[in-house]
Design a protein around this ligand. Structure first.
Ligand code: NOJ
Length: 746
């Protein structure tokens, strides 16, 4: 009895002291309870995210003292459990830490780079890829990823375009919410779910000249119309748990110190109750940016704006306590931040299950994961040219030359941001082609260039010889993975090294050349297009890129991707994107070009329209472009109504027919255009897309539902409105070749 009494008493004391640890307790109450027990120092500790590539005594002590809320970059599950044990069992309040890592397009099983995934126009493969990444990363104890990156990216010079979903707002929205869903799963508290992070808030994709870490100048209206929607929908529709501020000062203000962004918009307008984390030292860099005179001032501005967890730069740890004591930052501000951080930890179920189960069966590189990665790769490929239907090769060829630096580059085909992908597990095109088709085809491999930047031409002769012995050449060119991604902007988008020269030399062998480009961005490949019989843009396709490419080339599957970003002919055309604002003098495309100008011509305004004399009028490839092994015909564009009110939904249908001799998948794209509005409307905007698979000769009625409210835009009074008037509606297989109709909104 006495024993039981003591036990009950102990339980009572434990519950009174650590009631916030019990699952039954309502989360908000638990948060308040724990908050009431925290010292200011411990609260500030929660706002501190530290880097732990090499954990040491200093880190252990910090965790023990409750001075660390989150740790990034550690991924060994045994170590993570050790660190967690210190937090849970040795710190006075036992608050678990959350382990974060950049899991961008896969953890071990690497999927195509996000730009490639966007080319699939298939949110399902994006969601599946993120789910698989979450399952694999959480096996190692990582419960928070810094993805998806949803920066609208219209400048291929910017290396991080690889991490984006491209230039279009709507496509980025759809892909972003699919990725968040995949990471977070049905329930964030499941051990296999990881918190997503909508980044980079905001405008980072619009850095000047595509130079990373530069400034942007996006006015509020354009922010709201173009850049913010993926963030807003990720938060509102999928409960994206966290958001990351970007490095770039936008219109003079670094987002980490923007009260407008972090408080007025995020909290008051969007009701976000997750965590705002800074980017790597994006608080302390405000000193270098000239926005703050010292780190203390940076801490002050960031905290008061609503920036809650500081990644690595330690300004909060060093100065927040002092700032509170001086009355410059209120404890209420600190409490709000800590509430959100604790809420994230509760949502992740970390208070109940802080440790990673090291005994359960590991799923990394499982067959199902590899299969999904292969499908994602196949759907990401964009066929840019296919002269005389040279592809698929099927059984048309006996001898095939495989040439080029990216045919067998297991590291590079994974692409940027792969901390955990292992090249030993990557299946390259060379190996896959031999394995899958080697029984019937004689493959002659001649790498020629050791890597994409290689300038050594000493094996060109062997490459030409290999081409001569073959029916067809498969030339694998592009970029090494390190040429795109963070801090890897380029001013020149031609193929690097002597890859172009290799193609030129090979073309002299007189054999058809099929060029497969593996790259993290659009490259300026007009010349290479002309010298190739077919071109397949494969991005950086990930672990299963090889088998996917092999199957597509030989026709066991087919390409169906469409470009998520415009391909310029020349770098000088950038920025070049399909949904630009209407202008007063658009090019008619029959204007004078450079060589048409007579000698000693007098100053004149020539065609009086907007274009470059030396670049022609068009992009190399437009947004939404991509061929198939078959052909599709669009007809019978019909609207359910031609006059509607703002609260109605328009039904739009079109007949799609497979007019070729192969099965194919077409991405049917729906665009609208506001004919006149109170602020310059865009020439067109993507509003819907569907992937339709058809057998040869088959046809299908494709129906879109378009709620009229989706036509709303932010006007100059910063109101979101649908303005009455005429709208055009367009459907087709890319952003240019479109069937058109129109309707009126009253
Ligand atoms: C800097 C990058 O901008 C960001 O995207 C990334 O998540 C962090 N570093 C953490 O690695």
């Amino acid at each position: 009895m006495r024993k039981l009494g003591l036990k009950t008493l102990c339980l009572f004391v434990f519950c009174a002291m650590f009631g916030y640890l019990s699952a039954q307790h309502n989360t908000e109450n638990r948060i308040e309870e724990i908050l009431s027990r925290m010292t200011l120092r411990q609260k500030i500790g929660q706002m501190n995210q530290v880097n732990a590539r090499k954990p040491d005594e200093k880190l252990y002590k910090q965790i023990r003292n409750g001075e660390v809320g989150s740790i990034l970059n550690a991924e060994d599950p045994v170590l993570l459990n050790q660190l967690q044990k210190i937090a849970v069992e040795e710190s006075s309040l036992g608050i678990p830490v959350v382990f974060a890592r950049d899991v961008i397009h896969g953890f071990k099983t690497i999927f195509p780079i996000p730009l490639g995934q966007a080319a699939s126009f298939n949110p399902e493969i994006v969601e599946t890829g993120a789910r698989i990444a979450a399952v694999e990363a959480s096996e190692n104890g990582v419960r928070w990823t810094f993805a998806p990156m949803m920066d609208i990216s219209r400048d291929p010079r910017w290396g991080r375009i690889a991490e984006s979903f491209g230039e279009d707002t709507y496509l980025s929205e759809e892909m972003a919410i699919a990725m968040v869903r995949g990471f977070q799963g049905e329930d964030l508290s499941q051990p296999s779910s990881i918190a997503a992070c909508a980044k980079h808030f905001i405008g980072y994709g619009a850095v000047e000249g595509g130079r990373d870490y530069n400034i942007s100048n996006i006015p509020e209206r354009q922010l709201r119309n173009i850049y913010l929607p993926p963030f807003e929908r990720s938060i509102k529709e999928t409960g994206c748990a966290t958001i990351m501020t970007s490095f770039n000062a936008n219109d003079g203000v670094p987002p980490s110190a923007s009260k407008f962004l972090l408080t007025d918009l995020l909290r008051d307008e969007w009701k976000f109750d997750g965590v705002v984390v800074s980017d790597w030292a994006s608080v302390s860099i405000m000193v270098t940016q000239g926005f703050c005179d010292d780190r203390k001032n940076a801490a002050l501005k960031a905290a008061n704006a609503g920036m809650e967890m500081e990644m690595v730069s330690g300004c909060y740890t060093d100065y927040l306590e002092q700032l509170v004591k001086e009355g410059k930052v209120s404890e209420k501000t600190i409490d709000n931040a800590v509430r959100n951080i604790l809420r994230l930890k509760y949502r992740l179920g970390l208070f109940e299950k802080p440790y990673t189960d090291l005994t359960s069966e590991r799923k990394v590189y499982s067959e199902a994961h590899l299969r999904a990665a292969k499908q994602a790769a196949e759907e990401s490929f964009v066929l840019l040219k296919n002269q005389n239907n040279i592809l698929p090769l099927g059984n048309k060829v006996k001898n095939v030359a495989i040439i080029g630096p990216l045919a067998d580059a297991p590291h590079d085909q994974m692409g940027t941001w792969c901390f955990d992908g292992e090249k030993e597990h990557t299946q390259t095109p060379l190996n896959a082609l031999k394995k899958q088709f080697g029984e019937n085809v004689n493959f002659i491999y001649e790498q020629t260039l050791a890597f994409s930047r290689d300038r050594d031409k000493s094996r060109f002769a062997q490459a030409i010889e290999a081409a001569k012995q073959s029916d067809v050449v498969l030339l694998f060119v592009g970029e090494e993975s390190i040429l795109s991604g963070e801090a890897h902007s380029l001013a020149d988008l031609d193929l690097v090294g002597v890859q172009s020269e290799l193609l030129e030399e090979l073309s002299k062998a007189g054999k058809p050349i099929i060029t497969i480009v593996m790259a993290g961005r659009p490259l300026t490949i007009a010349k290479e297009m002309a010298q190739s019989s077919a071109v397949l843009y494969a991005w950086h396709p990930g672990t299963m890129g090889g088998p996917a490419i092999a199957d597509v080339l030989f026709g066991k599957s087919y390409p169906s991707g469409k470009l998520p970003v415009t391909f310029p002919r020349y770098v000088g055309q950038i920025p070049l994107y399909y949904n630009y604002e209407r202008i007063g003098r658009p090019a008619k495309k029959n204007e004078v070009l450079l060589n048409d100008i007579p000698l000693e011509a007098k100053q004149s305004s020539l065609g009086n329209t907007s274009y470059y004399l030396d670049a022609g009028f068009d992009a190399l490839f437009d947004f939404g472009y991509g061929l198939s092994y078959t052909t599709f015909e669009y007809s019978d564009l019909v609207l359910s109504k031609y006059t509607l009110t703002k609260d109605e939904t328009l039904q739009v249908s079109v007949i799609l027919k497979n007019t070729g001799s192969h099965e194919g998948c077409e991405v049917v794209q729906l665009y609208t255009a506001d004919v006149a509005a109170s602020a310059s409307p865009l020439v067109k905007e993507l509003k819907g897309f569907k992937r339709i698979i058809l057998k040869p000769g088959e046809q299908k009625k494709v129906i879109f539902e378009l709620p009229i409210e989706k036509l709303a835009f932010w006007n100059t009074q910063m109101e979101k409105v649908v303005e009455p008037g005429k709208f055009e509606i367009m459907i087709g297989g890319n952003s240019v070749d479109l069937l058109k109709s129109s309707f009126v909104v009253n």
